[in-house]
Design a protein around this ligand. Structure first.
Ligand SMILES: Cc1cc2nc3c(=O)[nH]c(=O)nc-3n(C[C@H](O)[C@H](O)[C@H](O)COP(=O)(O)OP(=O)(O)OC[C@H]3O[C@@H](n4cnc5c(N)ncnc54)[C@H](O)[C@@H]3O)c2cc1C
Length: 479
């Protein structure tokens, strides 16, 4: 089918991000339709490295401009507190160096799989910097993602692309298939392809091949609201913190003007009011129950994200849960894949299948990775008892974990082009306490030398670079 006229329905983050990127594809005309009073979701989002790259490369925006507009703070990684057991701290960075001071250099991942007793996070520059609340400016771009305000993202994109698209302010009344969309204001719009970005409502697609993920994911509700800074100097940290708690877990994504935070839990186990009370006491009553939004979902994704003339992107295509920021990551994956296909000017059945297979794999890999975070907890509470009693992995995950505990390690999940690669997995698995065999190629003399050197370094404070700056100061100057 020829694809020239594209109508995006829904003006949340997914709708505007799709509009910004797709309007730059060859020879297409984009219209975005949103309700008279738009109702996008916005809780203060943590992103992955792909976000900034997407904004620059796919949308043509200038980071020196948009980061400030989005209230951005930097994110060097995620600090998981109390996951597994009380007092545990797991650090998942975006970027890990080979240890350049060893000869030959040892990759972080190989070293860690070989010497699991060493607390390797202490040898990571960005961990050290992050705990000291400073930024290593040499790693901007590769080592840092950002926390952003999604409502400000929508506003920013809307202003920037007003001359690239047509914006229609009306609810959609009906889509009956074919090329015509019927609006509440009485108008009709014709298009070759529709992109459904209407969030959980997903109003365009009539047939949905849904995978319900409730057997592999354990949370389905959040209470969320902003917290004002009391001590910004210390609280505006350059990383996300997620803390495992009695009812589930709490995220903390510091923005320049406030902290985005929420408690994620299972509504069949914890009543909403109890969750709100718990959350307020976690924050020493710095917020009150009446100020909190309640957001619920059933974790799922569709295997037919592209069906006929409708492609679903964002919450309408699926939602896992907030852990590991897969929301915007999967939106970007969808938009990038679609844009590549649209650049040819027409799409065929092969493209539709390719898109659906690619996105199914992307969702599955994210589900496996998120699922793994729940696997080794000894916290005593009805929620964590429920997780332990019902814990289930996919077959792919079982095969992968078997492989990782052998020394061959020929099967790797993801890798280049996937959202979470083997490095992410290894960081999690080792810190969570999985016994991993050293890789076979790590067993030669030179490697022993390198590792010995590394072990010596463990006790010393790692040498930080010279291009450092406090996070607050960095944000004031550059964000
Ligand atoms: C609790 C929670 C925490 C999250 N945290 C993160 C995170 O840290 N990092 C991350 O990457 N992602 C996160 N996400 C996911 C992220 O918030 C979403 O992926 C993102 O907001 C995209 O939403 P969307 O655009 O698909 O849908 P929405 O924001 O719901 O937008 C839907 C749009 O459709 C419009 N619409 C609806 N019906 C109609 C109609 N009939 N006609 C016209 N328009 C219509 C609405 O007006 C609205 O503008 C989180 C999600 C939740 C629930």
């Amino acid at each position: 089918m020829k694809v020239k006229d594209i109508v995006i329905v829904g003006g949340g983050s997914s709708g505007w991000m799709a509009a910004a990127a797709i309007s730059r594809c060859n020879d297409v005309k984009v219209t975005l339709v949103d309700k008279e009073v738009p109702t996008p979701l916005g809780v203060g989002e943590a992103t992955l490295l792909s976000f900034e790259k997407f904004m620059v490369e796919q949308c043509g925006f200038n980071p020196n401009e948009f980061l400030g507009e989005l209230d951005a703070g930097l994110k060097a990684g995620i600090l998981f507190k109390d996951w597994g057991h009380k007092g545990n701290e797991i650090w998942l960075p975006f970027y890990w160096l080979n240890y350049p001071f060893t000869d030959p250099p040892v990759s972080m991942v190989d070293a860690w799989s070989t010497s699991q007793d060493i607390d390797f996070k202490k040898l990571e520059v960005l961990y050290q910097c992050s705990m000291d609340n400073i930024i290593d400016r040499t790693q901007i771009g590769e080592g840092y993602a950002v926390h952003i305000d999604c409502i400000k993202l929508i506003k920013y994109i809307k202003e920037k692309i007003s001359d690239r698209i047509t914006y229609v302010n009306s609810s959609v009344k009906a889509y009956l298939g074919g090329n015509t969309l019927y609006l509440e204001n009485g108008d009709k719009i014709e298009a070759d392809l529709f992109v459904d970005c209407t969030g959980f409502k997903s109003i365009l697609k009539r047939k949905r091949d849904r995978v319900n993920l409730s057997d592999r994911l354990y949370v389905d509700t959040a209470v969320a609201g902003p917290i004002e800074y009391e001590d910004k100097h210390n609280e505006f940290r350059p990383y996300t913190t997620t803390t495992a708690v009695y009812d589930g877990w709490i995220w903390n994504t510091p923005l320049q003007s406030r902290i985005g935070t929420g408690l994620v839990f299972n509504r069949n186990i914890t009543p909403i009011d109890q969750a709100k009370e718990y959350f307020c006491s976690f924050w020493d009553q710095r917020t009150t129950p009446d100020k909190l939004k309640v957001i619920d979902w059933t974790p799922y994704y569709d295997t037919n994200q592209w069906e006929g003339k409708v492609v679903s992107i964002g919450l309408s295509a699926g939602f896992i849960e907030p852990l590991e920021s897969t929301g915007l990551g999967l939106i970007i994956e969808g938009i990038k894949t679609l844009s590549k296909l649209l650049n040819d000017g027409f799409c065929n059945e092969y493209d539709v299948n390719y898109y659906n297979n690619h996105m199914t794999l992307a969702y599955e890999q994210c589900v496996d990775y998120v699922n793994c975070h729940y696997s080794k907890s000894n916290i005593k509470s009805p929620f964590w008892d429920y997780v332990r009693d019902n814990y289930k992995m996919s077959e792919a995950q079982e095969v992968f974990l078997d492989e990782m505990s052998s020394e061959n390690k020929t099967i790797m999940p993801g890798g280049k082009g996937f959202i979470f690669g083997v490095g992410n997995w290894i960081h999690w698995l080792i810190q969570a306490g999985y016994p991993l065999e050293p890789r076979s190629w790590m067993k030669h003399d030179k490697m022993d030398e390198s590792l010995n050197h590394l072990i010596e370094c463990e006790d010393k404070k790692i040498e930080l670079g010279t291009d450092l700056m406090g996070h607050n100061e960095f944000a004031d100057k550059f964000l």
